[in-house]
Design a binder for this molecule. Structure first.
Ligand code: IPE
Ligand code: IPE
Ligand code: MG
Length: 248
């Protein structure tokens, strides 16, 4: 029996965020170059996106390339960028067919031009799709995003548009690149690492974390279902007591 059948579809997380980690180690296990892991990582992306869309998840954010990943060897960065353009281009018809909208967060202007243009083209082509929104985090780091948001708010203060005393948490929400996307209820990280690596620091404030030892290229539909089931067993208290949740 598939774990999918045990999922309560009335209690699905609206937004799942994933740190797709372990491609390099997966390739190493086969005695191959790291890029072999990234190629197979793309297959896991396809599987996961399609499974999430099918089950009714509204937002799926995938950490594909961090600000810090620019510090990897140039050959790996170049290979990753090429894989990115090729994949987005090749997968655009599938996104359309599955009614998936593509969005990106991060400093995408830092991507090679070819990559940036393809990304924008697909974002534009899929902007009216109403199914799953797939948010690709590219050249992304939460600290970069938060600093940008603060700069924008500071400019508004300087221009006299808002008063310092009136700055709210919602104002920051609206200056982040995740504007309009609800905070993830569930964050998954593969490969056994238990850290956030500069991912969605603000938005993960009340997310449930799920860690699995599976390396990203081995992540399958059943692993996604397992994570959702695990999430559905958690008691999300938001600072309250268990008793309060029951009486409410
Ligand atoms: C995740 O896999 C993909 C990216 C960060 C681009 P890694 O490349 O980090 O693989 P490991 O962690 O070295 O195994
Ligand atoms: C985080 O993975 C970034 C992505 C998955 C894109 P890393 O492999 O870069 O993270 P660290 O360096 O191990 O924390
Ligand atoms: Mg890694």
């Amino acid at each position: 029996m598939s774990k999918k059948d045990q999922i309560d579809t009335t209690k699905l997380p609206k937004h799942i965020a994933i740190i797709m980690d372990g491609n390099g180690r997966w390739a190493k296990g086969f005695g191959k170059f790291r890029i072999f892991g990234h190629y197979n990582g793309v297959k896991a992306v396809k599987t996961t996106v399609e499974a999430a869309a099918e089950i009714g998840i509204k937002y799926l954010t995938l950490y594909a390339f961090s600000t810090e990943n620019w510090n990897r060897p140039k050959t790996e960065v170049d290979d990753l960028m090429e894989l990115l353009v090729d994949t987005i281009k090749k997968e655009t018809p599938t996104l359309q067919k599955n009614n998936i909208r593509l969005m990106s967060i991060g400093n995408t202007l830092d991507l090679p031009e070819k990559c940036y243009l393809q990304l924008q083209e697909t974002i534009d082509a899929t902007k009216s799709n109403t199914g799953l929104t797939m948010v690709l985090a590219l050249s992304y780091s939460a600290k970069w995003d938060i600093v940008n948001a603060i700069k924008n708010i500071a400019t508004k203060v300087k221009n006299g548009d808002i008063l310092v005393d009136n700055i709210t948490s919602e104002m920051l929400d609206n200056e982040l690149s995740t504007k309009g996307v609800p905070d993830p209820e569930l964050m998954i990280r593969t490969s056994g690492e238990q850290r956030v690596s500069n991912f969605l620091l603000w938005e993960l404030a009340y997310s449930e974390f799920y860690f699995t030892d599976k390396l990203w290229p081995d992540f399958k539909e059943e692993d996604l279902y397992e994570a959702i089931l695990n999430y559905q067993q958690r008691e999300r208290r938001f600072g309250k007591t268990s008793e309060q949740l029951i009486t409410n």
